[in-house]
Design a protein around this ligand. Structure first.
Ligand code: EPZ
Length: 419
């Protein structure tokens, strides 16, 4: 199993280019199932989750052509199966995103129930209830969701709680339903907006993307289009935190400052000087140790839960004390015990972490448990004294393209070893 070996203590200084957003690429790949001609997608990140999704589409008979720089052309007219098997879904929960498109276009889908994961139970009841509201019959048997319909019909759906992939699945399904669908309390994440942009280019009629009220007027068919995936805001924020906690200066290029609002406010509170323009953001700590910040995660545009672990690490080495409250997932502090093993002063009470910054962390062998927890451990290794060995980094390869190359470009001493 691969590991990342990190020697801490360097102040990061330099520039990195941000890759396409994983959490936009996955639903957009699923959206190709809705089109009766090829969907061309560019700025696709080279990540394990993307590879798994391409494998899933190919297993159904969908034709996927991979061009230079991972430019994709996905043609679902060759589809022959409507099944997402357990073997693939258990490795990537987001496979559930094929459910809505398959039912909407082909009237049938047999998709393995995604299990829970390290950060929580991750139910999909909102996805299923929404499809039932649109007229699908849903049976769950032997660990599979069996969905059938003649043709979906428009419905009024309330999402409670807000669900990103729930909104995406139902928005895609509604594009081919008969009549109008309203999705209330819809997710507002930029990745949802990027999917809506792609669907509109394919001929869908969607209004309200980016707000909590979506109106979708169903059409009879969708065609292919060309879509460039938006930059990854969580990758962007992760590299800015790397600059903040090492007291350095990091410029992230090919990103979108407007989608980083809540994070940039907290990085300024932590003492970072932030400069930005159309497609870049720079943080400069001028050698200063970061100040502690307090955070409460919530759906976009509030502070993203996918940045909670990274800011836990920032607070662990910051000056002062801060609290981090996780309101989205029920078990998203798995990184805390690993950080405590590196010398962090953190204690948990319910869904809040109380963190007192320490002068230094010490390198240690640590283990990743989920994607963003593993990122927080890599960040800890950047500032820890000595060597940190992060194990189970298959988690990190799901969501960070070329992480060791990009960090090395910023001056970090990091390399991958096969163990
Ligand atoms: C998406 O997951 C992201 N994944 C997650 O990113 C992200 O953490 C999460 O949204 C929140 O922003 C992708 O986009 C592929 P939710 P998703 O449905 O859609 C509850 C990463 O690190 N819920 O918005 O699965 C659920 O339990 C990953 O890139 C239901 O109760 O999350 C949670 O408490 C991790 N019933 C809350 O809603 C449902 O049917 C938000 O979950 C669905 C969700």
């Amino acid at each position: 199993m691969n590991q990342l070996l990190i020697t801490g203590g360097d102040r990061l200084d330099g520039e990195v280019r941000i890759s396409g957003a994983k959490n936009a690429t996955l639903p957009i790949l699923a959206a190709s199932l809705l089109a009766d001609s090829p969907l061309a997608i560019t700025n696709v990140p080279h990540l394990d989750d993307v590879t798994i999704t391409l494998t899933l589409l190919r297993s159904m008979g969908v034709e996927v052509t991979v061009g230079d720089h991972l430019a994709l052309e996905v043609n679902s007219s060759t589809i022959r199966e409507f099944i997402a098997p357990y073997e693939l879904v258990r490795t990537m929960r987001a496979s559930i995103l094929v459910l809505g498109p398959l039912v909407a276009r082909f009237g049938r889908a047999d998709v393995s129930l995604p299990g829970g994961c390290a950060i929580g139970a991750r139910p999909v009841d909102l996805h299923l209830r929404g499809l039932e509201a649109m007229g699908a019959t849903i049976e769950v048997e032997n660990g599979y969701i069996h969905a059938r319909t003649k043709r979906l019909k428009g419905a009024r759906i309330l999402m409670s709680p807000v669900s990103v992939t729930g909104t995406e699945n139902l928005m895609m399904a509604a594009c081919l339903a008969a009549g109008e669908t309203r999705i209330e309390n819809a997710a507002r994440e930029p990745e949802v907006v990027d999917l809506a942009r792609c669907l509109s280019a394919m001929g869908a009629h969607i209004e309200g993307a980016g707000t909590d009220m979506l109106h979708i007027e169903g059409v009879d068919s969708l065609h292919g289009a060309n879509h460039a995936v938006l930059p990854d805001r969580i990758e962007s924020a992760t590299y800015l935190v790397a600059g903040a906690l090492t007291g350095g200066r990091v410029k992230i290029k090919n990103t979108c400052p407007d989608m980083l609002g809540a994070v940039l406010i907290k990085l300024q509170e932590a003492g970072g000087t932030i400069r930005s323009n159309g497609n870049w953001v720079e943080i400069d700590m001028q050698g200063r140790r970061p100040q502690s910040v307090s955070i409460r995660t919530a759906p976009y545009p509030e502070f993203p839960t996918d940045m909670q672990a990274q800011f836990t690490t920032l607070n662990a080495v910051a000056e002062g004390a801060g609290t981090i409250t996780e309101t989205v997932f029920e078990n998203r502090f798995m990184h805390v015990q690993e950080l405590v093993r590196m010398g962090a002063d953190i204690h948990l009470e319910g869904n809040t972490a109380f963190i007192r910054g320490v002068g230094k962390l010490t390198g240690a062998p640590v283990m990743a448990t989920d994607l963003r927890a593993s990122a927080s451990l890599v960040l800890a290794g950047l500032v820890a004294e000595g060597e940190t060995r992060v194990d189970r980094i298959y988690h990190i390869d799901r969501g960070y393209e070329c992480i060791e190359e990009k960090l090395a470009q910023l001056g970090a001493r990091i390399h991958r070893i096969a163990s």
